[in-house]
Ligand binder design. Structure first.
Ligand SMILES: C[S@@+](CC[C@H](N)C(=O)[O-])C[C@H]1O[C@@H](n2cnc3c(N)ncnc32)[C@H](O)[C@@H]1O
Length: 296
């Protein structure tokens, strides 16, 4: 399985402004690309990697061996993070990793056929305010939710104009068979569009994204951890966020706006990957990075 290429690596490390002896949290450890970059950028800093995916824990073992005494790993959701002493910098690289997308058995992607799952971890507890569920997989969402709930999820989290039609078709098809694989779901969505592709991306992309965001309660996770920054980060500490769609970035922007006395942007403009980065890593194309200083 191919690995994950860290997005905006050099730029994110610059924004984190790591100094001697700093304590840093990489809140979305993934394959550890950013963690290694941070550890290499300053030889005395200490990093804690956090990831809700159990499989990331395996990858973390390698890094622990390579950087003895400087790296530890917590297998948990970042919204539940507690620190014994406040930290100097925290990085969030939201969304899912290539390890997760490219593993058909995780059911995230319609480019590989696999069981419909999409949970980043099997202990995902969904506390979404507008619909609540618990440790629910995409399989259950697609095969048991009502038409109006499905339509709301697909519209709100996928910004999909045909959400109602897609929800209606899901209900119609699931009366005939269980929609239990990524290819079956893709075909139910594609049916609604006929042969028309409405944008550059595949028609199924928005619906898959919506269900994934719902299943993992991703937006609640972001707003919750940001609201806890004062408990986690020292005065003068840095917070760096990398978002991959407007729903994530909107939460970050709103959080800064609502806390503009304590949370100061480092740059006026967002930082995006260069053309070269996009060419060598097309998955970076929608990334938008922001950096902030807390209570300086
Ligand atoms: C885009 S990847 C990060 C890749 C990483 N920066 C690297 O360079 O290898 C996002 C990772 O964050 C994890 N993740 C997403 N939401 C999370 C949450 N709420 N709590 C903990 N981990 C989360 C995912 O499981 C995934 O491994």
């Amino acid at each position: 399985m191919a690995g994950h290429i860290p997005v905006l690596l050099k730029e994110s490390i610059e924004l984190l402004m790591i100094k001697e002896g700093n304590t840093v949290v990489d809140a979305t450890f993934g394959g550890g690309g950013h963690t290694v970059g941070i550890l290499e950028s300053e030889s005395t800093c200490v990093v804690t990697g956090v990831d809700r995916d159990n499989e990331a824990a395996q990858r973390a073992l390698e890094i622990k061996k390579k950087y003895p005494g400087r790296f530890s790993f917590l297998n948990m959701k970042f919204s539940e993070l507690c620190v014994p002493t406040k930290i100097d910098a925290i990085l969030f690289d939201f969304g899912i990793s290539s390890f997760q997308i490219d593993d058909a058995s995780r059911g995230f992607s319609f480019t590989h056929d696999g069981p419909l799952d999409m949970r980043m971890s099997s202990s995902t507890a969904n506390t979404a305010p507008f619909l609540s569920a618990n440790n629910i997989s995409a399989l259950e969402v697609v095969n048991t939710y009502s038409e109006s709930d499905l339509s709301d999820i697909i519209y709100n989290y996928g910004n999909e104009k045909k959400a109602r039609k897609i929800a209606k078709n899901i209900i119609k098809q699931r009366r005939l068979y269980k929609i239990d694989t990524t290819f079956k779901l893709k075909s139910v969505i594609d049916n609604v569009f006929g042969n028309k592709k409405v944008s550059k991306i595949e028609n199924a992309t928005r619906t898959f994204q919506a269900i994934r965001i719902y299943v993992n309660d991703e937006l609640y996770e972001i707003s919750n951890v940001l609201s806890r920054i004062p408990e986690l980060v020292k005065d003068g500490g840095r917070i760096v966020t990398i978002s991959f769609h407007s729903l994530e970035d909107r939460i970050v922007k709103l959080w800064q706006k609502n806390n503009n006395v304590n949370i100061k942007p480092i740059n006026n403009k967002v930082i995006k990957p260069s053309r070269d980065e996009i060419r060598s890593n097309p998955r970076s194309r929608s990334a938008v990075m922001r950096g902030f200083i807390y209570n300086e």
